[in-house]
Design a protein around this ligand. Structure first.
Ligand code: PEP
Length: 233
């Protein structure tokens, strides 16, 4: 199982380091063998020496250069970061990243052998328009993406479930995951309002290889409980 935390624009560097230290202690104390990934805010990347893998929430597809406000490869290399989140709905919908740009990022970091957590998911109106429309929308998010890339992890995150407390039913998650597994055999995470109260049943579903957690992961004890559930399954 892969248990991933997207910390978004939360925590200072000090708080992030404390958080990672808590996770590290938990993973060691409980001999956790699951893959634990954390995506801190960009300014919180640091020289961490932890059992927990740290990835970046974003980076520009360039080594360095004139890209104001962006991180380049040099900034990731400084801290040994080799994992990147691409295609998160907040970057697609709030920051306006297009599929073409995401493919550019994907290819750049793929060439470098990065582990890529690539997010897909439909907004509410597409879900409400029926399965065919919804799957067509998600299909378009696979356009240009090498679904056979060996270091690829896909996260299915319905946009309407992110940060809202709403989730699809367990059978809906299972149905979409089954369809997405036919498109790529890469590990497939579910994300969208995963909490301690539903994480175990979500992770137990067929074709769910782990979870990507936002809000609930901000509580280290909650996130550790989810890590423990993954270990128990
Ligand atoms: C996310 O942002 O990837 C996410 C799943 O957020 P939340 O758990 O808050 O819905």
């Amino acid at each position: 199982m892969i248990v991933a935390a997207n910390l978004k624009t939360n925590f200072t560097r000090k708080e992030t380091n404390e958080y990672l230290a808590e996770l590290d202690a938990f993973v060691k104390a409980h001999n956790i063998s699951q893959e634990v990934l954390v995506f801190p805010a960009p300014s919180c990347l640091d020289y961490n020496n932890t059992t927990v893998a740290v990835g970046t929430q974003n980076a520009y597809p360039a080594k360095e250069g004139a890209f104001t406000g962006e991180l380049g490869l040099v900034h990731l290399e400084e801290f040994g970061i080799q994992t990147i989140l691409i295609g998160h709905s907040e970057r697609r919908h709030i920051l306006g990243e297009t599929q073409e740009f995401l493919v550019e990022k994907f290819n750049f970091y793929k060439e470098l052998g990065f582990k890529i957590v690539y997010c897909v998911g439909e907004p509410l109106e597409k879900r409400e328009a029926g399965k065919e429309v919804m799957m067509e929308y998600i299909d378009a998010q696979y356009r240009g993406i090498d679904t056979t890339y060996e270091n690829l992890i896909i996260a299915y995150e319905p946009v309407w479930a992110i940060g809202t407390g709403l989730t699809p039913t367990l059978s809906d998650i299972e149905e979409v995951h089954k369809a997405l597994k036919e498109k790529s055999s890469a590990p497939l995470l579910y994300g969208g309002s995963v909490k301690v109260t539903n994480a175990k049943e979500v992770m137990a579903l067929n074709n769910v290889d782990g979870v990507l957690v936002g809000s609930a992961a901000l509580y280290s004890e909650h996130f550790c409980t989810m890590i423990n559930y993954a270990e128990e399954l």
